[in-house]
Structures are given as structure tokens and as C-alpha cells.
Write a protein that binds this ligand. Structure first.
Ligand SMILES: Nc1ncnc2c1ncn2[C@@H]1O[C@H](COP(=O)(O)OP(=O)(O)O)[C@@H](O)[C@H]1O
Ligand SMILES: [Mg+2]
Length: 303
């Protein structure tokens, strides 16, 4: 129990008759960054809201830091920091006031709250915006302020629901480096949801891909690619009406979005195929998490 920060067993969330989360079991271990990957509507936010004690569990069990979300919500809230998918900062007050006001919810003494606020504004690079009103700052700054706010009470678990969705590439990189620093310097456990493969590959020690409330696969990014697919893929674009070539059992052939993909553990198995497609756009590359994702998530991910 000690090392399990989150323990979910047969967790179900129903909205009326719709099973948004449909019997998932997983553990998040202390000190790791655990990713929840899935398309829109997969059940990521619903899972995170249950962990954050903001939405009741329909059935199954859910423990956070050893406490049951059904009975110990207040204790759990003190131990976790939550960055919800939608920013819910107070737009009318300043950046700094947002943190000071929030600190009161946790009964942090004013002097500590002020010190901690300044530390976190420094850490998140918002120093020169402390007196700006929230409605005046950029989307990336709002996101960083949300992260600062979630860290105010020194949580042991940080829950981030799509931390960088909709942000510019440079801003996303900055947020990633802040999160990586937190992991390096504190023994903070991070649970994050994303639909960005680069984010998952960069930040997560372990992840699970969920779709329609079900876990499809779980593992380290590297093991998922290696165990669920193969080391290499030959990708041929614009194949038109052409059928897949018949291949030996050591190669797996699929069609995806007008492209042919051939997966194999050794690239030597793929080079002979290249002759067959001579003259077409092709790419021989290592298989990646996106390949796994597309393999395990049905259709386009729209609800
Ligand atoms: N408050 C709610 N009431 C009814 N249905 C909801 C509610 N929140 C989410 N859902 C439904 O539950 C499913 C999972 O949603 P959600 O957890 O938000 O997915 P994700 O965060 O992975 O995009 C979706 O089909 C969504 O429409
Ligand atoms: Mg969501």
C-alpha cells in the first residue's frame, strides 16, 4: 500500500446509463509520472475527477494515498494538487491574489502563503506578472498559474488534466521542463492525461491507453512499442487503390489513412518490401507511441 499513491479496482462511472469509465483497474506508484492517454470522450477527465474527489464513484474502489475517496475526501484533497482540464482561475483579481486566496482554503498561515506564493511564481516564471489581472495574461501563463496554484499546499500527488492542450510548442516545452524539474527535485508523483504522444513519451514513466472507458494497453512507452507492435515500421504514403503486399509472419501489415504500414522487429525484414513500392513516398523508421495509440484506439476519437 505504501508505494501505491492511487489504487483503482474495477472502477466504474456511469452518467445515467452511459458508462464513461467502465471497470478499470490500475496503480500509480510513488514518484512516477503516470499517463492516461486516450481520445476525446475516453474517460480521462472522469477518472481524474473521481481521483480528485470531485465526482462520486459509481462502483468499484478507489484509494488515494491509502484513503478511500468515498470516505476520506477531505484528507485526500489536502494531499493532492489538481489542475483541471479547464482553467478556473479568478479573472478579476491579480495573478498573485489568485494564489493567496487559494491558500486560505488550505488554511496555510498568511506568512507561509506569501512565501510559498512568491516561490511558485518564480518557479513557474510568472515573476513579472504578479500584479497583472488574470484576464490579461496569455493562455500559457494561465496554465502555469494553475500549476503553481495546485502546488501551493505541497501536495504529494499532482493531477494534471491535459496540461498543455491548445498551447504553442514553446509554451508546451516550458511546462514540460517545469514538470520534469518537479519530478527531479521533489518526490512528487504525477498523474497526467493527454492526447499528445510527444507529451506522453517525454513525461511518462508508465501509461495506459484508454478508449470508451476501457483500458486498452498499459506499460512503459518503450515496452508498449516493443511488445505491442514492433521495433520498426515501413510506411508507404499515397498507396491509392493498391492492396497490401502479402508478407511473412514476422511482418505485420496494416492500412491506415491511405498509407500502408509494415511492422517488424528487424529492419532487414522490411527492406525487400521497399523495392515493391519503388517510386513511392516511403519512410523506414522506428515504431513509436503514436503507432501503438492508433492501433489500440478505435476510429478517429471523436465522440
Ligand atoms: N458531467 C457529465 N454528464 C454526462 N456525461 C458526461 C459528463 N462528463 C463526461 N461525460 C461523458 O463521459 C464520457 C467521458 O468523458 P470524459 O471523461 O470527459 O472524457 P475525456 O476526458 O477522455 O475526453 C464522454 O462520453 C462524455 O460525453
Ligand atoms: Mg477530458
Amino acid at each position: 500500500m505504501e508505494n501505491q499513491v492511487v489504487q483503482a479496482r474495477d472502477l466504474v462511472k456511469k452518467y445515467d446509463s452511459h458508462r464513461a469509465v467502465d471497470g478499470i483497474s490500475f496503480d500509480v506508484m510513488r514518484g512516477e509520472a503516470f499517463g492516461l492517454l486516450g481520445p476525446n470522450g475516453a474517460g480521462k477527465s472522469t477518472t481524474m475527477r473521481m481521483i480528485a474527489c470531485r465526482s462520486p464513484v459509481t462502483s468499484g474502489t478507489l484509494h488515494v494515498e491509502g484513503f478511500d475517496v468515498e470516505h476520506d475526501a477531505r484528507r485526500i484533497r489536502r494531499l493532492i494538487g489538481v489542475v483541471p482540464q479547464e482553467n478556473n482561475l479568478d479573472p478579476d483579481i491579480t495573478v498573485r491574489q489568485n494564489l493567496i486566496v487559494y491558500a486560505r482554503y488550505f488554511q496555510i498561515p498568511p506568512a507561509d502563503a506569501a512565501r510559498r506564493t512568491d516561490e511558485l511564481l518564480d518557479f513557474t516564471g510568472l515573476n513579472d506578472k504578479i500584479n497583472a489581472r488574470v484576464e490579461e495574461i496569455s493562455g500559457g501563463m494561465k496554465r502555469r498559474l494553475m500549476i503553481a496554484r495546485a502546488l501551493l499546499h505541497n501536495p504529494r500527488l499532482l493531477v494534471l488534466d491535459e496540461p498543455t492542450t491548445g498551447l504553442d510548442p514553446q509554451v508546451r516545452q516550458e511546462i514540460w521542463s517545469r514538470l520534469e524539474e518537479l519530478r527531479r527535485t521533489q518526490n512528487l508523483t504525477i498523474l497526467l492525461s493527454t492526447h499528445y504522444m510527444d507529451e506522453a513519451e517525454k513525461l511518462c514513466d508508465r501509461l495506459m491507453i484508454i478508449d470508451k472507458g476501457h483500458i486498452q494497453v498499459e506499460g512503459t512507452p518503450r515496452d508498449l512499442v516493443r511488445d505491442k507492435l514492433a521495433a520498426f515500421v515501413l510506411e508507404i504514403r499515397d498507396t491509392g487503390e493498391r492492396a497490401l503486399i502479402s508478407v511473412p509472419a514476422s511482418v505485420r501489415a496494416i492500412e491506415r489513412g491511405g498509407a500502408h504500414l509494415y511492422f517488424a522487429d528487424h529492419h532487414e525484414l522490411l527492406t525487400p518490401l521497399m523495392n515493391t513500392y519503388e517510386g513511392q513516398r516511403m519512410l523506414l523508421r522506428p515504431a513509436n507511441l503514436e503507432d501503438v495509440f492508433l492501433q489500440f484506439v478505435s476510429d478517429t476519437g471523436n465522440e
